[in-house]
Ligand binder design. Structure first.
Ligand SMILES: Cc1cc2nc3c(=O)[nH]c(=O)nc-3n(C[C@H](O)[C@H](O)[C@H](O)COP(=O)(O)OP(=O)(O)OC[C@H]3O[C@@H](n4cnc5c(N)ncnc54)[C@H](O)[C@@H]3O)c2cc1C
Length: 457
């Protein structure tokens, strides 16, 4: 049977890309992970906690573990942050055993869940209750505690970052006591706790403000980059979610647009993933033969098919990311997004910075959470990725000042070099946050070296 043209084109591209990889010698193997070592998804963050990873099995055990620990105490969710928010060689906790839906309210469309619950475990059970999570990021492996603590977000200005969709938070403080806060109960602590990098305590449960279960129609396509940059703000009103990827050395944008469709729309989720296998091959080639990068990036648009996927929201939101990378992301005021993006791409191109991965461009709605990067303004988020085997720090340091020039605020879970000195001026409620943090954790039990730097304490 004849192969569809996209499959043949992609097989050809893989062949072209694979040849130099196979021809190159001296492939380095990843050394085995030492026993007791924790590492994040990309492998750039590591630590060896005393006594290994502690996994309390219920709320009482969690409270007594926190109380007994001298500190620092850190929690790991799925380890999908790129910044050093998790590592400690003292007490490292995983609350993976505190997982699942605790209760739900069909009238209010809320669900209380354990904070150790991975996002992908929520889709079907919530759908059976007639609920859907309002917005999701582009993968669903993270834990609820981790997603909320770093202010993770999806795509589209109609939606704010995930911690906005909480009605209450239950967490364990430094002395082992359990505290439940909401908009009405200790509102200041609630505002601080919604994005808090695990620096106020260990979140045990949260109540999610969901919506009715829903379905999405996702279309991916290719268009000239300049057109995408000009039209993107307008799409925010038409689409439920919109984003694009673009190579710094190409003139093409790879767009992804999602609309809501009736739940009974026939399902079609078999479309190929646009980003994955080829990206891994191309990154290897680009790393070994950087001179090939401009050519590959300028023709990449030929090989990326248009796709359509339709299905339940929790099937359509997540993509597969098995090519490892490190990432820096800044949120700049939405109206400055196109200019900032052009300058970042020009810097990478003009300085010949060695990177194959595309840049990512998304809108996020404004909110009023104290440490949200989107506080008080609609944002465009621009992400710079680096293949995990290449030097990400040199690349990110070269590009980062451009984001500062445009008033950017960093994603807390992604690489950045800012400390309290620069951060304080970026957040209206910085001092309020520090006050609440000091009240809840006067001894600094929840601070590792990275958090000491961030908060200047
Ligand atoms: C492939 C990939 C794709 C990504 N896509 C997106 C995206 O689309 N949008 C986006 O915004 N981000 C994205 N991210 C970033 C990611 O969503 C965040 O870094 C998120 O915090 C990771 O969740 P986690 O469960 O892995 O948390 P971890 O990285 O393990 O921890 C993050 C922070 O949360 C704290 N924490 C975790 N659990 C708790 C708890 N129970 N109580 C208190 N503190 C806690 C940790 O101590 C740490 O400070 C992506 C990351 C990767 C690797």
């Amino acid at each position: 049977m004849a192969q569809p043209v996209d499959v043949r084109r992609r097989a050809f591209l893989k062949g072209v890309l694979a040849a130099p990889i196979l021809a190159s010698c001296g492939r380095e193997e990843e050394p085995p992970q030492p026993p007791g070592q924790w590492r994040n998804w990309s492998g750039a963050q590591r630590c060896t906690p005393k006594g290994g990873l502690q996994m309390p099995a219920n709320l009482d055990e969690l409270a007594s573990t926190v109380k007994a620990a001298k500190g620092p105490v850190r929690v790991t969710g799925a380890g999908h942050s790129f910044s050093a928010v998790v590592p400690t060689d003292d007490t490292l906790l995983s609350i993976d055993m505190l997982s699942g839906i605790v209760s739900h309210d069909p009238a209010q469309l809320t669900a209380t869940v354990w904070a150790g619950t991975r996002l992908f475990l929520l889709g079907e059970p919530l759908a059976k209750l007639g609920q859907g999570v309002t917005v999701q990021p582009d993968i669903d492996l993270q834990s609820m505690g981790g997603l909320l603590s770093t202010g993770s977000h999806g795509a589209g200005s109609q939606h704010r970052c995930l911690p906005n969709y909480l009605t209450d938070i239950t967490f364990v403080t430094a002395d082992g006591s359990v505290r439940k806060v909401s908009r009405n109960v200790e509102p200041d602590v609630f505002k601080a706790a919604q994005v808090s990098l695990g620096s106020l305590g260990v979140i045990a449960q949260v109540t999610l403000q969901n919506r009715s279960a829903y379905a999405l129609d996702e279309r991916t396509g290719v268009m000239p980059l300049n057109d995408a940059l000009e039209q993107f703000a307008g799409w925010q009103k038409q689409d439920r979610h919109t984003e694009f990827f673009a190579f710094p050395r190409g003139e093409t944008a790879f767009t992804k647009r999602m609309k809501e469709v009736p739940l009974n729309t026939p399902r079609n989720t078999d479309g190929p993933s646009v980003e994955e296998d080829e990206l891994g091959y191309a990154s290897e080639v680009g790393m070994r033969a950087p001179f090939t990068i401009p050519l590959i990036q300028s023709v990449a648009g030929w090989f990326v098919p248009n796709t359509t996927r339709i299905g339940a929201s929790y099937h359509i939101f997540p993509t597969t990311r098995h090519t490892l990378f490190n990432e820096m992301e800044y949120a700049v005021p939405a109206e400055k997004g196109p200019a900032c993006f052009r300058e970042v791409a020009a810097k990478i191109r003009d300085d010949g910075l060695p990177v194959f991965f595309p840049l990512e461009y998304r809108h996020v709605g404004a909110d009023d959470l104290w440490l949200s990067p989107h506080h008080g303004r609609e944002s465009v988020t621009i992400s710079v990725h680096q293949y995990h085997k290449q030097d990400h720090v040199a690349l990110f340091k070269a590009v980062e000042p451009i984001f500062w020039k445009y008033g950017g605020r960093p994603h807390w879970g992604k690489w950045h070099s800012l400390t309290a000195k620069e951060l304080a001026g970026k957040y209206d409620h910085w001092q309020d946050f520090l006050r609440v943090r000091q009240e809840l954790d006067p001894g600094g039990k929840f601070l590792n070296p990275h958090l000491h730097q961030l908060f200047g304490v």
